[in-house]
Ligand binder design. Structure first.
Ligand code: SF4
Length: 743
């Protein structure tokens, strides 16, 4: 879909709007330039069924979208898709509902002299964006403007945004909301394996004889992956490490309800026992692992008694886990946010990687140290967003990498910065300090999701110019914008997502965006032209053209995708996992894992054992705030800040509409709390009212709140892992106060 570009932003806006109009059937057509506008093909009649990958979570389920009269009216899970094999969770079934919401943005909005957001044309919006951003840069320097992106948009859009901002607009700092979910896994893998490389395929869920889930509740958070566990025919041992008796813990064969944030001590204690009992793969360690002697010396202090004391687990419980792992033939370790969102998440993730490495449980079916991703395209963000690493998993600090990228993009090498930009929390700090004056927020909602919300809202209010580009005008961040740009959502545009098992899948346009809302890709193109750097991105003429560029960017990298010939191949093969080098091919439905040859990405080919003494929790409980606050996903029907899932009447029926807090029966009795009564949950930073849910799921001294309600982050503490700068959402001190009948 090559779009002629001859004049300024007004003409370009007209052209893009014109081309975005028209019957849906015109937009589903496969043309030589990619999915896009053209003649209606006979195979895609107005009543056709087409496919698209789901746009909520990182599982990446294949969906079949059913059209009637040229409109997407329904969908069902794809039975031939290797990820979900005919299954979908409630969010997937309801994926079309958020597109029809009343608060969709249909035109750009600009805050007027009365402080109200009022409609303006695209040319006015683009002109305002450009003038104000440039004026701030001129006065305060290029680093005075920054962007925050997302794991929810296609990789092609992330790559274009990252290239535009950093190479075209001279921005130095930009990060994404993937900092909030995956940064820890990224750093852990990079340091241990030499590249950010989740090693597994989903088939490993079915092939393990021991599965260890840490800080993960796949029954709720990744239900289709849990379905894959249920297909395991080896009667596996399922070990769940979680302070809370989650739905997954209830289904486990062993649940280790350890003291919150004692995981690192537990895994070092397990490692010591594995070493003592000879449960090691000596040959694998000798061939593929470095640092074993130092690691063995480090864990020598974590004897059974000390580990039991640190974790609150009985010695025989720990010993049983050690023997289960040690005797297992195919042991896999899985983690999600309970590990990543920790003040010591990187070392914790590496403690699991260490267990897999010393027992040789990697690179074979049913094994691996496996981080399950969160958002549908967190993996795309990790490789191609050009935020904290250079496009294609390269390093800003590496001159060879800079030269390679400059050559592929045909840009002056001096445009590529020589060091990483700031991380999300550091960008927020710079705003607070008055050094960053303008922020461009794309498809994320920091006024709700960033840790310590009151602080976050104060920080956002200090900006001279806040631009929010989003599907909805109503998010907590969009309502604060000076300029709002209406964006198309999932299903209204094309591109690719990369899921947790590294599978690149195709998103197709199955619905028209409302009004003048545009795909983020074309908003970026418009801004490039308005800024005056459009020529730099002429080759990025469509998402599929951008994918061609991404292929080249990946060449020679561990994530090499030069063997993916284009969108056709992704469609035909039902997604393709990276890597796939030029000349290689894969069978339909193939599921591949990394490191089968025992060779890792460090220059010596070895994986590294990395470790460190546990750190004290940043905010321990005390007399005034006696409860540990745990947080997490509430149900399979809710997604993050509920910006989209809250739009579905079906999904809303599947979870409580009011904030609630889980309290143990012991504590409820002490505080004389009755089920469903209102209580105040308060931390040192804020408080809110929630209904009491009395349950044995949490232990005495702990309470749990779901993350989806806007109030949850009033409580959380802005503490971060020192290596990944990922926020520690999962632990702080709170108190509960009964609200009397008249309160
Ligand atoms: S499990 Fe994730 S990818 Fe699959 S349908 Fe549900 S939200 Fe979509």
């Amino acid at each position: 879909m090559n779009r002629p570009v001859k004049t300024g932003p007004a003409e370009l806006a007209r052209q893009i709007l014109h081309q975005s109009d028209g019957p849906l059937t015109r937009q589903l057509v496969r043309t030589p330039g990619g999915f896009g506008l053209g003649q209606v093909p006979e195979r895609l009649a107005p009543d056709a069924t087409t496919t698209a990958v789901c746009g909520f979570c990182s599982t990446g389920c294949g969906l079949e979208v059913h059209l009637k009269g040229g409109a997407a009216i329904n969908l069902s899970p794809a039975r031939d898709y290797p990820v979900n094999i005919g299954m979908a969770c409630p969010k997937g079934w309801e994926a079309l509902a958020p597109l029809r919401a009343k608060d969709r943005g249909t035109v750009p909005l600009l805050r007027n002299a009365h402080g109200e957001l009022a409609p303006v044309s695209w040319p006015v919006a683009l002109d305002t964006f450009t003038q104000r951003m440039k004026a701030i840069q001129k006065k305060h320097g290029p680093a005075s403007v920054a962007f925050l992106s997302t794991g929810q948009i296609p990789t092609e859009e992330m790559a274009l945004l990252g290239a535009l901002t950093k190479f075209g607009m001279g921005m130095v700092h930009g990060d994404g909301n993937t900092r909030q979910c995956m940064a820890t896994a990224v750093v852990a893998y990079k340091q241990a394996f030499g590249f950010d490389a989740p090693p597994y395929s989903y088939r490993d869920f079915e092939e393990s004889d021991v599965l260890v889930f840490v800080g993960a509740n796949p029954c709720i958070a990744h239900p289709i992956l849990w379905e894959r566990v249920c297909k395991n025919s080896h009667s596996p041992e399922i070990i769940v490490v979680d302070p809370r008796r989650t739905e997954t813990a209830m289904a486990a064969t062993q649940h280790l309800a350890l003291a919150p944030k004692s995981d690192l001590a537990l895994f070092y204690g397990i490692a010591k026992c594995l070493i003592e009992r000879g449960y090691l793969d000596q040959e694998f360690i000798a061939r593929s692992v470095s640092g074993f002697e130092a690691f063995a010396a480090h864990v020598a202090d974590y004897d059974l008694a000390a580990t039991s004391e640190a974790t609150g687990l009985a010695p025989d419980v720990i010993e049983r886990v050690v023997d289960t792992i040690g005797r297992g033939k195919r042991v896999s370790f899985w983690w999600t946010m309970g590990v990543n969102q920790s003040h010591e998440g990187v070392r914790l993730a590496q403690a699991l990687i260490n267990l897999a490495l010393i027992t040789g449980n990697i690179g074979r079916p049913g094994t691996g140290a496996n981080s399950i991703t969160g958002q549908c395209n967190a993996m795309g963000s990790r490789l191609f967003s050009n935020t904290t690493n250079l496009l294609g998993g390269h390093d800003f600090g590496n001159p060879d990498h800079r030269a390679k990228i400059a050559n592929i993009l045909q840009i002056d090498e001096s445009l590529i910065q020589q060091e990483d930009g700031l991380d999300y929390d550091q960008i927020m700090e710079r705003i607070m300090a008055g050094k960053i004056k303008a922020l461009w927020v794309v498809a994320t909602n920091p006024a709700h999701s960033w840790i310590n919300q009151a602080d976050a809202q104060d920080i956002l209010s200090r900006l001279e110019f806040l631009v929010v580009q989003d599907m909805y005008t109503s998010t907590e961040t969009a309502t604060r914008a000076h300029l709002y740009l209406p964006a198309a959502g999932w299903g209204e545009k094309e591109g690719t997502f990369i899921n947790s098992e590294r599978r690149i899948s195709l998103l197709k346009k199955v619905a028209r965006a409302p009004g003048e809302a545009l795909a983020d890709f074309y908003i970026f193109k418009l801004i490039a032209d308005a800024w005056g750097c459009g020529d730099m991105f002429r080759g990025w003429s469509s998402p599929e053209a951008a994918f061609e560029i991404m292929r080249e960017l990946s060449r020679g990298q561990p994530c090499d995708i030069t063997g993916i010939t284009g969108y056709d191949m992704l469609d035909d093969r039902r997604g393709v996992q990276w890597p796939l080098k030029e000349g290689e091919d894969v069978e339909v439905k193939s599921e591949r894992r990394l490191f089968e040859d025992g060779h890792f990405f460090h220059s010596d080919g070895r994986a590294r054992l990395l470790f460190e003494a546990p750190r004290a929790v940043p905010e321990p409980t005390d007399e005034k705030y006696p409860f540990v606050l745990l947080s997490g996903r509430g149900s399979s029907s809710q997604w993050h800040t509920q910006t989209r899932t809250g739009k579905s009447a079906v999904l809303r029926k599947l979870y409580p509409s009011e904030p609630y807090v889980e309290v143990s029966p012991v504590d409820a009795s002490k505080l004389e709390l009755q089920p469903n009564e209102w209580v105040t949950v308060e931390s040192r930073r804020g408080k809110y009212r929630a209904r009491v849910h009395v349950t044995h799921v949490v232990r005495p001294g702990q309470v749990f709140v779901p993350m989806h309600y806007p109030t949850a982050n009033l409580l959380t503490l802005a503490a971060f892992d020192p290596y990944s700068r990922q926020p520690s959402y999962k632990h702080c001190a709170v108190r509960l106060e009964k609200i009397d009948a008249f309160g």
